[in-house]
Design a binder for this molecule. Structure first.
Ligand SMILES: [Zn+2]
Length: 472
């Protein structure tokens, strides 16, 4: 079955009382609380939220935390209490258990959040850090002007738009500022500095009558792991899971960064409350990708498509809804969700599905890829089965049907979260391969309408990327 998701028009929605949609009961593995609810009431989940959204255009705050792997948050069952603020936020709102990034590094992932498309479609995944790092240090794939970004879409609906990011990949010269009235790419800075800037922006936005979209991108869990002096420098609570011994210290520091970041998100929420903006705001908290501590050899991120680099936290505050959603979702789903919540008419085709729609329970799977040095493509299915295929990186990011590939791994994430052993199951492999190509083919086709652009990086962006450890 071809998997191409086109936003539904609002005309086929029915009225419904949103107050009935409070998800609180945990669902069994592989089953969706949301789907169960839909069965019980006979009414689609998306209907309720759409009803709320048509009555108002809420302020929207999109918080992206760089490099935050889901299983290191206490909200996701981590044995260390790294995220008390987000734990509470998760309990009061929608908490997505099984959210998958479209790529294990910033540029393609954020491009997916901003467009609702997979990397094969938006193209911010090609010819970056290929064979010759020196050449790539000057050029990178940019987000094409041809896409209608989230900021552009809501701006056309009367929103004011502002973005503050500490990640150099998310830069104006790489096309990420499209649609923002104000956009600041800062040097890698601790959250306290990002917050200082964000608070000034919030003060100004709060004085306007128009609704706003504010995108804030924190960097703390990204290397170097150096929590500010004012905060505990490392986590000392014991770890119950097995870790690579040489990585223990790095993990302690990484967890301390998460704890610090979490406290700063708490201050950000406090500021929203002081300005009386918290209660009615739609708030998304998500990460662009995870991090690896030498499981499967590598450390850092951007090298492969294993689960710890792709499984990200995702929380949504909207319309008083709460509950744990165990259904598979993609970070590409954020775009149609926010369009729906802001009553913004969808003007472009997207691959994401609204997180508030029962369609998320129906799709076959989601897609992720990495084309930096390697060319790995992953297809994750709603039942937890996942296939990673490796292609020849020298032949380019886009692969043709029938192009030679090797099986990097075939996993059952529900049984084997850390992907410790690849399954030998030829019929499942065939099925997964078919599922992968069906999704991937559509994605590539969608991308052909907007050619990827290549941007010359300016000196400041190059300097910032070097500081992040990306370029030599
Ligand atoms: Zn990142």
């Amino acid at each position: 079955m071809p998997v191409k998701y086109v936003l539904r028009s609002s005309s086929d929605r029915r009225d419904f009382d949103a107050s009935e949609f409070v998800l609180t009961s945990p669902a069994s593995k592989g089953k969706c609380a949301l789907a169960a609810l839909v069965l019980a009431t006979g009414v689609g989940f998306g209907v309720a939220l759409w009803q709320v959204a048509t009555e108002q255009r809420p302020n929207v705050i999109l918080i992206v935390v760089d490099t935050l792997r889901a299983d290191h948050l206490s909200a996701y069952g981590y044995e260390r209490r790294t995220s008390p603020v987000l734990d509470a936020f998760a309990a009061e709102n929608l908490h997505f258990d099984f959210a998958i990034a479209t790529a294990p590094w910033t540029a393609p992932s954020v491009a997916s959040i901003f467009t609702g498309l997979y990397p094969a479609a938006h193209g911010v995944n090609r010819h970056v850090e290929a064979e010759d790092r020196a050449v790539v240090s000057l050029k990178a794939a940019a987000l094409s002007e041809g896409f209608l970004t989230l900021a552009e879409a809501v701006k056309a609906n009367g929103y004011r738009t502002a973005g503050i990011t500490g990640n150099a990949w998310v830069a104006d010269d790489l096309g990420f500022a499209q649609g923002f009235d104000e956009f600041s790419t800062l040097d890698y800075q601790p959250a306290v500095d990002i917050n200082r800037r964000a608070f000034r922006t919030l003060d100004a936005l709060a004085e306007q009558d128009d609704p706003f979209l504010l995108y804030v991108h924190y960097m703390d869990p990204h290397t170097p792991y150096r929590p500010p002096k004012s905060h505990p420098q490392r986590f000392t609570e014991p770890l119950l899971r097995p870790v690579v011994a040489s990585q223990r210290e790095r993990i302690d520091l990484y967890d301390a960064e998460i704890h610090y970041l979490d406290s700063q998100i708490g201050l950000f929420f406090d500021r929203l409350r002081e300005l009386d903006l918290y209660k009615d705001a739609v708030i998304v908290v998500v990460s662009d990708h995870g991090e690896q501590f030498k499981e499967h050899g590598n450390k850092g991120h951007g090298h492969n498509a294993y689960h710890y680099q792709l499984h990200v936290p995702l929380f949504l505050k909207a319309g008083g809804l709460r509950g744990r959603v165990r259904e598979l979702v993609s970070i590409a789903d954020i775009y149609p969700t926010l369009l729906e919540l802001t009553s913004t008419e969808p003007e472009s085709v997207v691959e994401g599905v609204s997180l508030l729609s029962d369609s998320i329970a129906k799709r076959d799977g989601v897609f992720s890829e990495v084309t930096r040095g390697v060319n790995h493509k992953a297809f994750t299915r709603s039942d937890g089965k996942k296939l990673i295929l490796g292609f020849d990186a020298k032949r380019g990011a886009i692969v043709a049907d029938g192009q030679e590939s090797r099986v990097v791994g075939l996993f059952d994430l529900h049984e084997d979260y850390f992907e410790s052993r690849s399954m030998e199951d030829s019929s499942l492999l065939d099925e997964m391969r078919r599922g992968f190509y069906e999704t991937y083919r559509d994605s590539v086709e969608l991308g052909l309408s907007a050619q990827p652009e290549e941007a010359e990086l300016d000196e400041q962006t190059i300097k910032r990327l070097k500081n992040l450890g990306y370029l030599e």
